[in-house]
Design a protein. Structure first.
Length: 98
């Protein structure tokens, strides 16, 4: 079961890498789904760059808020869509590790 999940996760990451999003792209005029997709890709990248350090919510929450600003998401609801999606993905990834 774990092997299947790891294979699936690797496939998802490969697809995410193929469709990499510019880390500084402005999402000010983006749709909700574009913002969520970007947050998910950013979260996966963050996790795989920090997984050896055992990232916690106290580490990634400020990071996700900063990333939202870097993507020109300055207010509710757009910044909330980004940070909630980012945090959800990281929560899932860290729980799967346990």
């Amino acid at each position: 079961m774990k092997t299947t999940l790891l294979t699936l996760l690797a496939a998802i990451l490969f697809c995410s890498a193929v469709f990499a999003i510019d880390p500084n792209v402005s999402l000010a005029n983006a749709t909700e789904s574009e913002i969520i997709q970007t947050a998910q890709v950013d979260a996966k990248e963050y996790y795989f760059n920090h997984k050896n350090q055992g990232p916690t919510i106290s580490d990634w929450l400020p990071y996700s808020e900063g990333r939202a600003i870097k993507h020109s998401l300055y207010g509710y609801p757009k910044s909330a869509w980004y940070t909630v999606s980012f945090n959800y993905v990281l929560t899932q990834l860290t729980q799967d590790k346990e």
